[in-house]
Design a protein around this ligand. Structure first.
Ligand SMILES: Nc1ncnc2[nH]cnc12
Ligand SMILES: [Zn+2]
Length: 362
C-alpha cells in the first residue's frame, strides 16, 4: 500500500503543472518545513569559527589560515574525514564554545526552514581532552533552549558513543551523563564503522534503554548490511543513520519497509566520503521508490559542502526528483523524529500550508 502511494505521488509530479521548473521547485524546497535528524554538531564547526575559537582559547592549529584548513577537506573515505574532524574539535574547551557552535548551527538551520532538529554530540572527543562533561552538554542544551524560544526550532540532543573506543569507555560516558539525563533524549553510535560492529555496544545500549533513552546508530554507511541487522536486533535502535548499503539485501529492505524503520540519509556526505561516485549515482530515489522511510540530512555540513537545503537541491537536481518526493521526505522526517504527537501534528499543518502557498498538491 505504502509503495503504491509513493509511486502514485512520484507519477503525479511528472505531470504536475504546479511545479513547472527547477527554480520553482527549489523555492518550494527552500520554504518547506523540515526536520534534521542527522547532524553532528561538531561537524557544523565552520573553519572561520575554528580559527576564532583557537584564538580565543589559545589553541595552536596545524593550519596557517582558514583557506589552508579548507584546502585539507579532500577526503577519500570516512576515516580520512574523521582525522580532520577530531582535530577541528580540539578548539572547543568551554561551555560558551559549545553554545556558540550550536547557536551558529541553529541560525543556519532557521534559514533553511528546519523546524525540528536532533543534534548528535560526541562527548568522548572532549572529555578525553579534559573538558568536563557538564561544559559540553550545558553549552549545547543552552543553545537548544534558546533556539526553541527565539527561533521556534524544537531541538533535542543525542549522545553518541565513539565506536572506535572501547565498551568500557562508552559505559564511563553513560555514567557521566546520568546526572544530565533530562538534557538529552537518546544515544547513538558513530565514528569508524568498519571493524567496530554494533555487537561491541550491545550492553551499553541496553543500559541506555533502561534509562528510558531512545537509540539510533550509524550503520551501512560504509559497513555491510549485516551491521544494519545487528543495529536493529542487538542495539534495538529506532532509526538507522545512513543505511544506504541496505539495498544490497532485499530481505533487509523488506524489513525496513514493513517496520517503517527510518533511514537518515546524508547525500552530500556520501559523495564527499566516496560512498557514491557522484549524486547521480546516489540511491535515495530508489530508497523512496522501495517505500522506505528515508530522510535527507546534512551530517557534517561544514565539511561536506552544504546544509539541509543544499543537500535537497543538489540531490533533486542530480536525480531529477520533484515536489512529490520533497513532500514525502519532509513527512518522513517528521514521522522519524522523536517529536511529541502534538509537535508532529503542528509540523504536518505547516507543511500543508506551505504546499498551499506554493500551489503544490499535498
Ligand atoms: N559520517 C559520519 N560517520 C560516522 N561518524 C561520524 N562522525 C561525524 N560524522 C560521521
Ligand atoms: Zn553521521
Amino acid at each position: 500500500m505504502v509503495q503504491t502511494a509513493v509511486l502514485r505521488q512520484i507519477a503525479g509530479v511528472a505531470v504536475n503543472p504546479a511545479v513547472p521548473d527547477r527554480a520553482a521547485l527549489n523555492r518550494f524546497i527552500q520554504a518547506m518545513p523540515k526536520a534534521e535528524l542527522h547532524i553532528h554538531i561538531e561537524g557544523s564547526l565552520e573553519p572561520e569559527l575554528i580559527f576564532e575559537l583557537a584564538r580565543r582559547n589559545q589553541v595552536k592549529l596545524p593550519y596557517a589560515s582558514v583557506e589552508d584548513l579548507r584546502a585539507a577537506y579532500a577526503f577519500t573515505n570516512l576515516q580520512s574525514f574523521l582525522d580532520i574532524y577530531y582535530a577541528g574539535a580540539s578548539v572547543l574547551l568551554h561551555e560558551a564554545d559549545f553554545f556558540d557552535m550550536a547557536w551558529a548551527y541553529f541560525l543556519r538551520a532557521k534559514a533553511d526552514n528546519v523546524v525540528h532538529a536532533e543534534l548528535f554530540f560526541d562527548p568522548q572527543t572532549h572529555t578525553d581532552r579534559g573538558v568536563p562533561f557538564a561544559a559540553v552538554i550545558d553549552g549545547l542544551r543552552r543553545a537548544c533552549d534558546r533556539a526553541r524560544n527565539e527561533l521556534g526550532i524544537q531541538a533535542e540532543l543525542i549522545l553518541c558513543f565513539l565506536r572506535h573506543l572501547s565498551e568500557e569507555a562508552a559505559f564511563t560516558t553513560l555514567q557521566q551523563a546520568r546526572p544530565h539525563r533530562d538534557k538529552f533524549v537518546g544515544v547513538g553510535l558513530d565514528s569508524s564503522e568498519v571493524g567496530h560492529p554494533p555487537e561491541k555496544f550491545q550492553r551499553v545500549f541496553a543500559a541506555a534503554r533502561e534509562l528510558g533513552l531512545r537509540a539510533v546508530a550509524h550503520a551501512g554507511e560504509e559497513g555491510p548490511p549485516q551491521y544494519i541487522w545487528d543495529a536493529l536486533d542487538l542495539l534495538q535502535v529506532q532509526r538507522i543513520d545512513h543505511g544506504v548499503q541496505a539495498l544490497r539485501d532485499p530481505v533487509l529492505v523488506q524489513r525496513l519497509r514493513e517496520q517503517r524503520i527510518p533511514l537518515t540519509v546524508c547525500p552530500l556526505s556520501n559523495i564527499k566520503l566516496c560512498v557514491f561516485g557522484d549524486l547521480a549515482q546516489h540511491n535515495i530515489g530508489e530508497l523512496l521508490r522501495q517505500g522506505l522511510v528515508a530522510t535527507i540530512n546534512s551530517d557534517d555540513p561544514a565539511y561536506f559542502g552544504g546544509y539541509m537545503n543544499q543537500n535537497f537541491v543538489e540531490t533533486f537536481d542530480a536525480l531529477q526528483l520533484g515536489a512529490a518526493e520533497a513532500i514525502t521526505l519532509a513527512r518522513n522526517s517528521f514521522e522519524a523524529s522523536f517529536a511529541t504527537h502534538a509537535d508532529k501534528a503542528r509540523y504536518a499543518a505547516l507543511l500543508e500550508e506551505c504546499c498551499r502557498e506554493h500551489g503544490v498538491e499535498a
